[in-house]
Design a protein around this ligand. Structure first.
Ligand code: ATP
Ligand code: MG
Length: 601
């Protein structure tokens, strides 16, 4: 392709809308243009990158025996009602764009395709003989994200590879899951990315496992906790660890103490000269279920620890049936305004005890009359602890479970693991923290969708049983941008060779010099014929401008038909290292071929 004929517009300045380097660079280098919030046009250079990523994804998927298909983006609401997700997806999370057609039928624009694929499986899979089966597609997804940002990283319209597998049993599912783990590792390695596979939250349905593939980069929205020995890595949402040991309590007898102005743990510990590991803090939450019921939740946890709200959300989903709810629509620490809706009298905030009375709740049809009480495992083992007294300005010291405070039935792990904690698999390993960009997610779904939608098959014994399912996603457009986030310098993008839009760019420093033009045209044609994807910068621009643009767009090899032509050579510059080589005209193609092959290994 000739630059003189391309839509080639680069910007000197970073657009104000962009916050992270990869977003700035893709805009500046003319790869993408913003059309609306979270909506981007993939311009020709970007489209080539996306197609290369897609091709790598496709090759790795096909190698596992998965088959490509293409499912509809317009999805009838009935399917989502069958799975029970219509209301959560259109109202609660509000992630799905919903619309009505001219016959007033409701439809959604696909944010994901479990419902569609399960319907197909229900219709077409009859017998164990058809299993296992794995279908995937590469397609545009729509999600009305709360905070679209960072360009292609979190778009409202983006490209995903999503695959769904069907099995007779867990064992077969596990095998495909392992194959996907390998396929995803291959995709990322081939795309030239540094990544880590981590344990991920799989929500309340649990499933037997889920892993995310994280591209390591400072700008990542996710936090990953891992150990140096390589034995443990998890998303902080899911991570577990050993908490620091609690110090022995100095309070040996139970008493109520006046503790004025100690509504924070820090003030309290300073006042009582004690450690937060001797204090039980009681954190109030408010959960709203999908049937409209509000439940007030109290979490008692050791005061040096924080509540992991993802773990809490999962526990709340697990007990939802007690409240007639299936899913949690909202979970928050109720602010003053929220408290007004249900508090019968002012709460002793900062002084709440594990047994705060249910009379603080003025119950209605919408508000459950009792606190739902959880005790985190860190709080259970404490002896002679400090905690609130349910009266502002007072705490109690020397308290014990089952003496002054009944131990709640629900003792669970709700704490947030953090960097510096000791690891569970080996307590001499401490957790380290890194930032990651989630580019892939593999998930053992089990029978959640097949049961809900009645997708069954007949097993060898002739019984009709639900299909066991797995699902596997890769954010193709997010992956492409994360490659830039991992690889750039002050001058621009440095594409990994495997996903660069072109391998090489031939730059003519001076287009009025016939010898330069002739040599460049010849090289350009021969390189392309040899399968080396090459651009020709034949624009009527100063050499400096051309060099800057070539660096900005990040093409791996720049070939300059300049002064060295006198000695039958051209200058070849490696974008990644900025290393310069003088190479004889005849040797340009074999040399580049060799470099590119080596880079694609
Ligand atoms: P996130 O937690 O980042 O919102 P997710 O858990 O919703 O992601 P999945 O539903 O598992 O993501 O989707 C599979 C993959 O699609 C993700 O791993 C990610 O790479 C990509 N992806 C998800 N949402 C977006 C988005 N808004 N823009 C671009 N890529 C996305
Ligand atoms: Mg999401």
């Amino acid at each position: 392709m000739r630059l003189s004929q391309m839509l080639f517009v680069t910007l000197r300045e970073s657009p104000a809308e962009a916050e992270i380097p990869s977003h700035k660079l893709l805009l500046r280098a003319g790869y993408i243009r913003r059309i609306g919030s979270g909506i981007y046009a993939y311009l020709p250079l970007m489209w080539r990158v996306l197609q290369k990523v897609s091709q790598i994804v496709r090759e790795e998927m096909n190698a596992t025996g998965a088959q490509e298909c293409l499912l509809p983006q317009l999805q009838p609401a009935e399917l989502w009602r069958e799975s029970g997700r219509w209301d959560t997806y259109t109202q609660a999370e509000g992630i799905m764009f919903a619309l009505q057609d001219r016959q007033e039928r409701e439809l959604g624009l696909g944010p994901t395709h479990e419902e569609v694929i399960t319907t197909i499986a229900k219709d077409m899979i009859r017998s164990y003989r058809q299993l296992p089966l794995h279908l995937y597609q590469i397609q545009t997804k729509f999600r009305d994200e709360i905070r679209p940002r960072f360009g292609l990283m979190r778009g409202r319209e983006f490209i995903m590879k999503d695959g769904y597998s069907f099995h007779t049993d867990e064992e077969s599912l596990k095998k495909t899951y392992q194959d996907m783990h390998q396929a995803y590792s291959n995709m990322l390695r081939r795309s030239g990315l540094a990544f880590r596979a981590v344990q991920a939250d799989s929500g309340a349905i649990g499933g037997s496992g889920s892993q995310e593939f994280m591209v390591l980069a400072e700008a990542g929205e996710d936090e990953v906790l891992y150990t140096e020995d390589g034995q443990y890595a998890a998303n902080v949402e899911k991570a577990v660890s050993l908490p620091a040991d609690a110090q022995e309590s100095p309070f040996t007898t139970y008493e109520k103490r006046e503790t004025p102005g100690t509504d924070t743990i820090e003030k309290l510990c300073k006042f009582l000269k004690c450690s937060p590991t001797q204090v039980v803090k009681n954190v109030l939450y408010q959960a709203v279920y999908d049937n409209g019921t509000t439940v007030l939740v109290l979490v008692s946890i050791r005061a040096d620890q924080e509540v992991n709200e993802v773990k809490l959300f999962n526990e709340l989903t697990r007990v939802g049936a007690n409240y007639g709810g299936k899913t949690v629509l909202a979970l928050q620490v109720p602010d003053a305004e929220a408290q007004q809706k249900w508090a019968a009298k002012p709460l002793p905030l900062g002084y709440i005890a594990p047994n705060i009375g249910d009379e603080f709740i003025s119950s209605t049809k919408q508000v459950n009359s009792k606190f739902l009480r959880f005790v985190d495992k860190t709080a259970v083992d404490l002896k002679n602890f400090v905690t609130g007294s349910n009266e502002s300005g007072y705490h109690v010291v020397g308290a014990n479970w089952n003496e002054q405070f009944p131990l709640a039935e629900l003792v669970v792990d709700l704490r947030k693991a953090k960097a510096g904690d000791r690891s569970i698999h080996n307590s001499s390993q401490t957790l380290q923290s890194a930032r990651g960009i989630e580019v892939g997610h593999i998930f053992q779904l089990g029978t959640k969708y097949s049961k809900a939608m009645g997708a069954t098959y007949t097993n060898e014994q002739g019984e009709e049983v639900p299909l066991v399912m797995g699902c596997y996603g890769v954010g193709v457009s997010r992956l492409a941008q994360s490659a830039v986030e991992q690889s750039y310098d002050k001058d621009g993008i440095i594409w990994p060779v495997a996903i660069a839009p072109y391998h090489a760019i031939v730059t003519i420093p001076n287009i009025t010099d016939a010898q330069q033009v002739e040599a460049a045209e010849k090289l350009y044609n021969e390189l392309n014929q040899a399968g080396i994807e090459t651009l020709l910068d034949d624009r009527d621009e100063r050499a400096g401008v051309k060099f800057k643009d070539a660096d900005l767009i990040g093409i791996p090899y720049r070939i300059v038909t300049g002064r060295s032509l006198q000695s039958g050579k051209v200058e070849v510059v490696e974008r990644a290292t900025l290393k310069k080589h003088e190479i004889l005209l005849d040797e340009v193609i074999p040399t580049l071929k060799q470099w590119i092959d080596a880079a694609l290994k």
